[in-house]
Each structure stands twice: as structure tokens, then as C-alpha cells.
Design a protein around this ligand. Sequence first.
Ligand code: FES
Length: 362
Amino acid sequence: MLGKMKQKLHPLLIKHLGRDRLEYFASNTMNIATQAFDSFIWSYQCQAKIIEVRQETADTKTFVLLPNQHFKQPLPGQHIEITVDTDNSGSPTARCYTLSEIQQDTVSITVKNNPDGKVSSWLHQYGRAGMILNISSPRGQFIYRSQEKLLFVSAGSGVTPCFAMLKALESTKKPVDIAFYYRTRNPEQTIFQKQLEQTGQSVTVNFSYSQPKDTSSQAHLPHQLAEMYPDINERHIYLCGPESFKNEVVAHLKSTGYDLDNLQVENFRPPEVSVDESSRLEGRASVLLKERNIQFEIDAQTNQTILEAAESQGIQLEHGCRTGMCGTCRTRLISGKVSGQQLGNSIYPCTSYPASSKIVLE
Ligand code: FES
């Protein structure tokens, strides 16, 4: 009875008070009694309640979540971290999931059941309406940046951030020219297939199957993107999917001369950054941040990344994960050389070392 009342109360409180006012209200009424009455609202933690579970494909489910007042408004393409003590060992496991859809008060995650994945298999087995999860606020820089011509390239469950951006763009009715390439095994394993088939006329959707039942159907391979989209050089590309797929697409784009500064890549784990030791500088390097007109020096002996060297001299560079994953620190290399992760002329100061004595960054 009380449980049912709360089921109805939570969406109403969030909808009518809004998260900011609810945060103020809950923090001012927080005590042992209110916490015992309802630990979802009277909580210091960012949490979300599962309000619906939908089967998308045989091994993929969408969980619609109602986050509490500590959740910040997400941008399409961002992800959240979910923390679950899957084996009640007292050592919870955290995993990132992209928001596949953002509604007014709720967000959705679409999770493929990975038998080796602790959290995804746990969610598939136990996740049901009414369950409360510990989540983070939204994170990530894989977000739409107002470009007018886009190409979303995804594979498998990597479709989720691209789908979230597509839905958001459709709802704003912005005149954006969108092409959408999605590679899966076959139609049965294609997440959001119906929704993608029903997109508006301004969106071109191309499915590509690696194991089609109808082998006569033509599959466009990732290394045929430039053939499929003759205007690819005018499009900003958002790429998400398994590592091997992303590597294949990036290699293809490089081979066609595509400007990799126009490519956004989503990573869910730190990329393997190969630092070319032979190209690492041995002496000192000066780094100029052109737009801020700030210069600092790096002594290669200290073995500091460009980010660490800046910080050690009191210079703040925008950053997040510090592992080359989130893209927050990504900046343009105007001149000079660095050793580390690089996409076109873009470098990641958190994983880059100087490879020339003078470096100019945007
Ligand atoms: S990529 Fe996250 S801080 Fe550099």
C-alpha cells in the first residue's frame, strides 16, 4: 500500500516541483523519520527508480529510469554510471551506459546482455519496475555541437548515443541533414529498427548486416562509407561501437583523407594509447596556449603529460577522466609535435607528451 503510494508520489513530486525545488525541499526536511519514510527522495545520493522495462531484441532491454532530485539535466549523447553490488560482497561494480532517450522527467538506458558483464547481466536478470539504482549525474562530451550535416556511424549497442541525438534533433525540428549508418548482425539484432525506419524524410538510414539471412541483400561495409556518402567530407561524423569497428572506420576515414577534426568518437574505456618513445623529447619544451596567450614549459625529465605539466605550474586545462576516454581535454595542435593519442590535428593533453621543443595549442 505504502509502496504503491510512493510509486505515484515520486513522478508527481519531480514533475510538479521540479528537481531544483525538490532538492531544496528534501534537504530542508531531511531527518531520520523522512529518510526512513522514503529513502528515494530523502536521500543524499543520486538515484533512479526503474519505472519500465522493455525488451528491444532477444538480448537487449531498455530500462526507463526516473532519477531523483540530485540528477542534473543530461544532453543527448551523454552517459551515466550505474553502481550495483551484484554479489552483495560490499564491493559494488560501476559501469557506464549511454542514455538512449531523454524524456521530460525520465531517461532510458538500453542494455545488451553481456554474459561476462557483471552489471549488464545483473540488470537483465533482476532489473524490474520499482527497483532503485545508484547512478551518477550525466557525463561525457560525445554531444551534438550544432553542425548542419551529420553522419552517425554505429554498430551493435553503440547505436544508443547516436539514437539519443537523432531523437533530440528530430524533436527540435532543426534543419539538419542527417545520415545514419548502423551495422548489426541481422535485422533481429537491430536495436530500434522500427523507430529508425520511421524517421522523417530529412534522415537517411542505412542498415548494414554482417550475417544477413537473406544473403542477396547488399551490405555496405564500414570501409565503404566514403562510397555510400559521396558528400562525407561535408559531414561531421559521430562514431560509436566496438573497438574493432571503430578502428576500421577510423582507418578508412584516414585513407580517404577525411578531416579527422570533424570526427567525434565515443569511448567507454580508456583507449590504448601508444606513446612513441623514440619520438619523446629529451630536453625542455615550451607550450603556447594560443587563445589564452599563456605559455609554460615542460621538462621531459619529469615524465609529465602536457596536462600534468600545466597543472603543476598553476595553469588549469579543461579535463575530465585524465585517461584519454572522455574527450574533455581534446584540443587542436596548431604546430609542433606530440607523442600520444591523436585524431587528425586534435590531441588529448591528458595522454600526450611533447615530441618537439615548441608546441602551439589552440
Ligand atoms: S580525454 Fe578525458 S581528460 Fe583527456
